[in-house]
Design a protein around this ligand. Structure first.
Ligand code: ADP
Ligand code: MG
Length: 295
């Protein structure tokens, strides 16, 4: 490409809300044939709300909310913020945890008011050999069938509650995915979330059920990208989270949501400033135009 074409291309990109790290990025943008989309915060708004609380027999709902909310208050995860805000709404001020740790892709664990508390996926509880009682397992299944994320809460070695949180798909996502398809790209949804929830989002977004890759731990997202590359695909990855950074760096083209974390933005080749997925399609169209006109 001539310097003039590149200048025009990157200048138009900036107008469209696309920041390009360097002109060398355009070639991979043009060649991409597969687009891997992170779910939470990328296809969905990432703004979750706490919708319902299910407790085990003998568990006080207010106590479950206080302990879970206190722990989640210390985490920046969108689910954590929904749980903390919903809990504070219902039970008032939350205590400060005595101990806290993030378990990436699984949840949080720590100590609140002397209780060892876990909040997150069923798998996090399983690591401590804690199972959901039948009533809570049923509540979890029903929530997930509705496309909601079910979060388990345990303390002192027992599962005591299931919290339902939900996150809406962005109103621009379905159109963006139609445009990406029109450019010849295959969209794939990649998420650490549950399969049923991921499939519900995929349906709304217009992604094929066969192209949903769910329940992937943060460190394994990069392996998914490598596998797709080994199949001969040129992979664009769009993400927003700390948990997407390695996959964004591995992808032939990393697109970071400008509304996302600094880690994602640093790892990406391109930033979609407004967090609007339609800009991903604009970027690909623009790079094809920029590089195509100057043969
Ligand atoms: P995504 O890949 O969709 O951005 P993550 O990898 O961040 O999602 O999280 C995967 C799953 O792990 C979430 O859907 C949730 O079930 C669970 N999880 C992660 N962090 C938390 C947390 N702080 N509290 C509760 N659950 C969590
Ligand atoms: Mg995300």
């Amino acid at each position: 490409a001539t310097p003039t074409a590149l200048m025009v291309g990157t200048g138009r990109g900036a107008q469209l809300g696309i920041l390009i790290k360097g002109p060398e990025v355009l070639e991979n943008t043009r060649r991409a044939d597969t687009v891997v989309l992170d779910k939470t915060g990328t296809v969905t708004t990432g703004k979750m709300t706490l919708l319902a609380v299910h407790t085990a027999e003998g568990t006080d709902e207010a106590e479950a909310l206080r302990l879970a909310g206190a722990l989640e208050h210390a985490s920046e995860h969108p689910i954590a913020q929904a749980v903390a805000a919903g809990a504070a709404d219902k039970v008032g001020a939350l205590p400060a945890p005595e101990d806290f740790a993030n378990v990436p892709g699984l949840g949080v664990q720590g100590v609140v008011e002397g209780h060892a508390v876990l909040v997150g996926r069923e798998q996090l509880l399983a690591e401590w050999v804690i199972e959901l009682p039948a009533g809570l397992a049923a509540a979890k299944r029903e929530a997930e069938a509705e496309g909601r994320t079910a979060i388990a809460v345990a303390w002192d070695g027992e599962a005591r509650a299931v919290l339902e949180v939900a996150d809406a798909i962005k109103d621009t996502s379905a159109e963006a995915i139609r445009r990406l398809r029109a450019l010849g790209l295959t969209p794939i949804l990649l998420t650490g979330d549950n399969k049923a929830v991921a499939e519900a989002v995929a349906r709304q977004a217009g992604i094929d059920e066969a192209d949903v890759i769910a329940e992937v731990l943060p460190e394994d997202k990069v392996e998914v990208v490598k596998r797709l590359q080994s199949e001969g695909r040129t992979v664009a990855m769009v993400g927003d989270g700390v948990n997407d950074a390695a996959a964004l760096a591995q992808a032939d083209l990393g697109l970071a949501m400008g509304t996302g974390t600094d880690a994602a933005i640093e790892a990406g080749d391109l930033t979609l400033v407004r967090g609007d997925l339609r800009a991903a399609a604009d970027a690909i169209r623009l790079s094809r135009r920029t590089l195509g006109t100057i043969k």
